[in-house]
Unconditional design. Structure first.
Length: 206
């Protein structure tokens, strides 16, 4: 039986649904140029402060940190407001099916604990995960902790960005790109394979 390690933003959740609206409102308040959805998706996967820095490159560090705090709080609130609809179609059913089949599910995200909690709890999938790792800048280390003392061949890393592919490669586990999510053709070559819908993972359990 294979076990799965999931990235969250852009893989399980369509987080831009919350982030784009919040950034638009806060950017106007703070006098920053508003970032479009494409730029937000591209910055997803970086730790929160670096995410803000990529969207607002010309800003002193102190002001950027204050903006990041306000953005994080507003984004978490927006995610709770969206609820189960924050997930990509088919994600919740796929995760439940994988658990029913005996697979263990793990999450590895550079997002903050409050952000990860907002996504997983507001969407109702928190209880499906064996363990959750988040809030650290290096996904490679998170994955290493998950597979420690286990056979790496039993794990599959599912993500959408190069950070996920690199974490899988460095830990010698199979990588799957979320083609239904934020994984773009630029990233396709980094993954061992690409799936166009979450349900495809069900066929990978054996």
């Amino acid at each position: 039986m294979k076990h799965f390690i999931f990235d969250i933003d852009g893989t399980l959740s369509d987080t831009v649904k919350a982030t784009a609206t919040v950034i638009g409102a806060l950017s106007e308040k703070w006098g920053f140029p508003a970032a479009g959805e494409a730029a937000i998706k591209e910055a997803m996967g970086y730790p929160s402060l670096e995410f803000c820095r990529r969207l607002i490159p010309i800003c002193d560090e102190g002001r950027l940190r204050r903006f990041e705090v306000e953005l994080s709080l507003a984004e978490d609130a927006a995610i709770w407001g969206i609820g189960t609809a924050i997930l990509f179609p088919g994600v919740a059913d796929t995760l439940m099916r994988l658990r029913e089949m005996g697979a263990e599910l793990y999450a590895a995200s550079t997002g903050s604990p409050s952000h990860v909690a907002a996504v997983l709890e507001a969407s109702g999938i928190r209880s499906l995960f064996t363990k959750i790792f988040c809030g650290k800048p290096r996904k490679i280390e998170m994955v290493r902790k998950i597979i420690k003392m286990h056979d790496p061949s039993r794990f599959i890393m599912v993500g959408d960005k190069r950070f996920d592919a690199e974490a899988a490669e460095r830990n010698r586990i199979h990588s799957v790109g979320a083609g239904y999510g934020y994984c773009t053709e630029i990233d396709y070559a980094l993954f061992d394979e690409i799936i166009s819908h979450p349900e495809a993972l069900i066929d990978m359990t054996s």
